[in-house]
Ligand binder design. Structure first.
Ligand SMILES: Nc1nc2c(ncn2[C@@H]2O[C@H](COP(=O)(O)OP(=O)(O)OP(=O)(O)O)[C@@H](O)[C@H]2O)c(=O)[nH]1
Ligand SMILES: [Mg+2]
Length: 294
């Protein structure tokens, strides 16, 4: 008789900065999605894949659910909610370092009809300000019967128990990806994301959210180096100044750190050529947003 194989598409949801991407990365054993302390780091649904001999989980890391009506936030929210009904399982990440407010209630509200296929990760239990009791109370009131796991996506504590439980709940099904895959992102997308992560890590206030990375071209050199040419688009001249930095110091740091990280991701060296350009209206351009956020 053939061995039974299970698989599940798992949509990961939660507030901005709850630790969704960090958790997906640690479960997949690789850095699949970029991470930063700035809320709304993730802008696309990013797939991360965890394969064991008898089960494959395909995580869909979504942008944090945030209440706002601006065109970009609307698109991000649509993207996250679309994944709920389609998913085999849902992983709801709750940040125990912040009290659950209106935003958390709105997300819990979206999940009420999916309790049977939802797992909650009560995250950041390593942090001194973590209040596990408050998060658990919130969940038991809003979503009674939910399976809840206390964990730290940062240290890994408690993550295995969650993974085992999700695997046990996965329906029978094939492996959708070969076992060596841990993501399905195109190389040029991962390069753009890595550059964007460095902007998120090194700039503050409105600058991270004013940025997107546009692909221009790429080619392979004879020595096997991939040369990627891209544009960092900002909304204002002042932001351009910040991104470039004194004597080009900021853009150099962004480039060097991104090149360093990309060395871990790809089997060949990547050299980046990044220009900074101002486009005051990019966030209102629905067609561009459609292309960028999918
Ligand atoms: N102390 C602690 N920090 C964590 C933990 N998990 C995530 N973080 C931090 O929380 C911040 C946000 O993490 P992300 O993984 O980017 O959060 P996200 O939910 O993907 O955020 P968006 O993409 O913006 O929706 C980062 O600074 C992480 O390092 C954790 O278990 N413990
Ligand atoms: Mg994220």
């Amino acid at each position: 008789m053939e061995e039974k194989h299970a698989s599940a598409f798992v949509t990961v949801v939660g507030r901005p900065s709850a630790g969704k991407s960090t958790l997906m990365n640690i479960m997949c054993g690789q850095k699949v999605a970029i991470v930063s302390p700035v809320p709304q780091t993730t802008r696309n649904t990013i797939r991360g894949i965890l394969t064991r001999p008898d089960c494959q989980l395909v995580f869909m890391d979504t942008p944090g659910l945030h209440d706002s009506d601006k065109a970009m936030n609307r698109r991000l929210r649509d993207l996250a909610t679309r994944g709920l009904s389609d998913a085999d399982l849902i992983l709801y990440v709750v940040d125990t370092t912040r009290p659950p407010g209106k935003e958390e209630e709105a997300i819990a509200g979206l999940l009420t009809s999916f309790v049977g296929k939802t797992f909650a990760a009560v995250n950041k239990i390593d942090a001194p300000s973590s209040d596990i009791g408050k998060a658990r109370l919130f969940l038991s009131e809003k979503l009674p019967g939910l399976r809840v796991f206390d964990l730290s996506a940062k240290t890994g504590t408690g993550v295995d128990a969650l993974v085992d439980a999700m695997m046990a709940a996965a329906p029978e099904g094939p492996a959708y990806y070969p076992e060596e895959y841990y993501t399905d992102q195109e190389p040029v997308f991962r390069i753009a994301e890595t550059i964007r992560e460095k902007v998120f890590l090194h700039t503050r206030d409105e600058v991270p959210h004013a940025v997107y990375v546009d692909y221009v071209s790429h080619h392979m050199l004879d020595d096997g180096t991939l040369v990627y040419e891209g544009e960092l688009i900002v909304e204002r001249d002042t932001q351009k100044g910040i991104i470039i930095g004194k004597g080009g110091s900021m853009i150099r740091q962004i480039r060097e750190e991104a090149e360093h990280d990309l060395e871990e991701i790809f089997p060949y060296p990547v050299r980046l050529s990044i220009k900074v350009r101002v486009d005051p209206n990019w966030k209102k351009d629905e067609r561009l947003l459609k292309r960028l956020i999918q």
